[in-house]
Design a protein around this ligand. Structure first.
Ligand SMILES: *Cc1c(COP(=O)(O)O)cnc(C)c1O
Length: 372
């Protein structure tokens, strides 16, 4: 029986050709020509003026937050249910993440809970689009206007997803993407910051490159940044992947439809499958998540899959329950029941672009045999 991992990337386009070009021309560092080509083409695709390619999505968040001058004592509202990256970037910048619970239908932050969290110190709302459906952005945009707040969009799982026909990553003041191998397009490791604000873009470029002064004398620094540069080889991969994004998105939706149909019987047993669509978006199934009726039921189904050599991953663990933040005295006694339930009862099935049809068939059959 073949092992089915949670993710296998698909690298069957011009990836090898463009990477070979890096080797034969000797352009392997962050100075090569593929970087700006990838930045321009990806920014164009999402519909933003400026793209700044970086070493990964978490680095992109560090830069985006610092570029917006968010720091000491500033409050930023964000979901508790997310990967740690956005919270880590805020905390290391000296800012305070202010958490919001999730909506059990869309698995995204409940935007109705944001306004109550706004104080005089709030500087921004950091939205994280989760798993396949975007955050309901209209209310967020309204609040940002009303209170003069910035919107940071973590679109690391949303390449090509739209909200009311508008691209995710073009809905706020600044957005970030990740190109980790399980994202819709990959550069191995990699990320990008997008914005329409030229001054912010210029700051991002500087922060990515150790805050060398672009116009000043070399090796004189007025500020601290990072070396978060992307290499020409990563950008070569990214370009080849971007050429295939429409095929990739359709493949993901096909996978979603197959799982939805084959696993519908689980809903009779109290399991919840991803929402197919909302009135503003259709799911792109970055990963195909499932919420079990209890953590015991989750352990059972996950064990059954593992015994059949099918990998799964648990859902994210809430920020307010992270030992590292608890130790820092953050989020003391805070509770977010929906997000806590998602973290305990949720897991996802193999969802990579490299999944074969017979893998999908086997996964659905193993679950049917155990539960139908
Ligand atoms: C993957 C991901 C990141 C981090 O990206 P890396 O490239 O792995 O650093 C950030 N936010 C979200 C929502 C993600 O899914």
């Amino acid at each position: 029986m073949r092992f089915i991992p949670v993710n296998t990337p698909l690298l069957s386009g011009n990836e090898l050709k463009y990477i070979s070009e890096c080797i034969t021309t000797g352009w392997i560092s962050s100075e090569g020509p593929f970087i700006s080509e990838f930045e321009n083409k990806f920014a164009d695709y999402i519909g933003q003026d400026h793209g700044i390619a970086v070493s990964n999505g978490s680095a992109a968040l560090d830069i985006a937050i610092k570029a917006l001058q968010i720091g000491d004592g500033d409050e930023v509202i964000m979901p508790t249910f997310t990967i740690i990256s956005p919270a880590q970037s805020l905390v290391t910048a000296g800012a305070i993440p202010v958490l919001v619970d999730s909506d059990l239908n869309t698995w995204n932050m409940d935007v109705n809970l944001i306004e109550a969290k706004i104080t005089a110190r709030t500087k921004a709302i950091l939205v994280v689009h989760i798993y396949g459906l975007p955050v309901d952005m209209d209310p967020v945009v309204k609040l940002a206007k009303k209170y003069g707040l910035k919107i940071i969009e973590d679109a690391a799982e949303m390449h090509g997803q739209t909200y009311n026909g508008k691209m995710c990553g073009a809905l706020g003041d600044i957005s970030i993407f990740s190109f980790y191998p399980n994202k819709h397009i990959t550069t191995g490791e990699g990320g990008m910051i997008l914005t329409n604000d030229e001054a912010v873009a210029k700051r991002c470029r500087k922060l990515r490159n150790l805050c060398f002064e672009p116009d000043g004398p070399r090796f004189i620094h007025h500020e601290l940044g990072w070396n978060y540069r992307m290499t020409n080889m990563q950008a070569a991969l990214g370009l080849a992947q971007l050429e295939q994004i429409n095929v990739f998105l359709e493949k993901k939706r096909e996978m979603g439809r197959y799982y939805q149909k084959g696993l519908k019987h689980l809903t009779d047993k109290g399991f919840a499958l991803p929402l197919v669509k909302t009135d503003y978006a259709e799911n792109i199934y970055w990963v195909f998540g499932i919420m079990a009726p209890s953590d015991l039921a989750k352990t059972e189904i996950v064990n059954t899959l593992h015994q059949n050599k099918i990998a799964t991953r648990p859902f994210f663990w809430c920020m307010h329950e992270q030992p590292v933040f608890q130790k820092m005295g953050l989020f003391k006694n805070e509770q977010y029941p929906n997000a806590e339930k998602m973290a305990r009862d949720g897991f996802y099935l193999p969802s990579g672009l490299g999944l074969e049809d017979d893998d999908l068939e086997r996964i659905v059959k193993v679950i049917a045999d155990a539960y139908e």
